[in-house]
Ligand binder design. Structure first.
Ligand code: SAM
Length: 221
């Protein structure tokens, strides 16, 4: 099976199952125009996040890794009127693009972007008393994934859904001899999950427009 086929099938499902909506397409366009890397979730993955937020009935979401706000907007659009999403982004430029995209999507009142290294922003969130998130999406620098998981657990409550993106990485996750800090970060993340009695999780491999990858999905006990 080729990457070409995965792409075609991804496009097929997007066309068939998504409302034709310019809002989400415009986000990708504006990211491209601003020169952001095309490392956002795919449209089908974005819609999956949107559906999961609805299934969970989440009102409070934390995202680590905003980029241009593509996944942010997919998730925030599933929030109810009183819902809130806080997203953490290191790069000022990415945050600026995301801010504009969020404004164009008409959901600025629901979304707060915190600019800076997530490991600096997370303690600030704790100090502000921002905890008990219903839904946490981890999608930033993978070497820090183990730290992000610890913070996610700290800021969660029983029933919180935690999702970590890009855990398969072309199958490299099973390479025990890897020296790659990204893969090692993912492996430590999975090890922590496997040892932690407070979260029940699984991982799903995916193929599509973003190649061969996957995500981890867990629920806090
Ligand atoms: N979630 C986004 C989406 O699907 O549209 C994609 C996020 S992209 C894979 C990862 C983002 O994390 C980048 O914008 C990068 O600048 C940001 N990032 C990297 N290191 C970070 C850190 N230490 N703290 C916060 N954000 C970081």
């Amino acid at each position: 099976m080729s990457t070409e086929t995965w792409k075609k099938v991804d496009e097929y499902f997007t066309k068939k199952l998504h409302e034709p909506e310019s809002i989400m397409d415009n986000v990708l366009k504006s990211n491209e125009e601003a020169g952001l890397p095309s490392i956002d979730v795919s449209p089908n993955q974005g819609k999956l996040l949107n559906l999961l937020v609805q299934m969970k009935g989440a009102t409070k979401i934390l995202e680590i890794g905003t980029l241009g706000g593509y996944s942010t907007i997919w998730m925030a659009r599933a929030l109810p009127e009183n819902g809130k999403l806080i997203t953490l982004e290191y790069a000022e430029k990415h945050a600026d693009v995301a801010r504009k995209n969020i404004e164009h999507a008409g959901i600025s009142d629901k979304v707060e972007i915190m600019v800076g290294a997530a490991l600096d922003s997370l303690p600030v969130l704790e100090e502000r008393g921002e905890k008990d998130f219903d839904f946490i999406f981890i999608d930033a620098d993978k070497p820090n994934n183990p730290h992000y998981l610890e913070w996610a657990l700290k800021l969660s409550k029983p029933g919180t859904v935690i999702i970590g993106d890009n855990v398969v990485r072309d199958g490299k996750v099973v390479d025990e001899d890897t020296e790659d800090a990204v893969i090692k970060g993912v492996q430590s993340f999975i090890d922590l999950l496997s040892r932690n009695p407070h979260i029940d999780s699984t991982a799903i491999q995916t193929v599509g427009s973003k190649g061969y990858d996957g995500f981890v999905l867990g629920i806090v006990k």
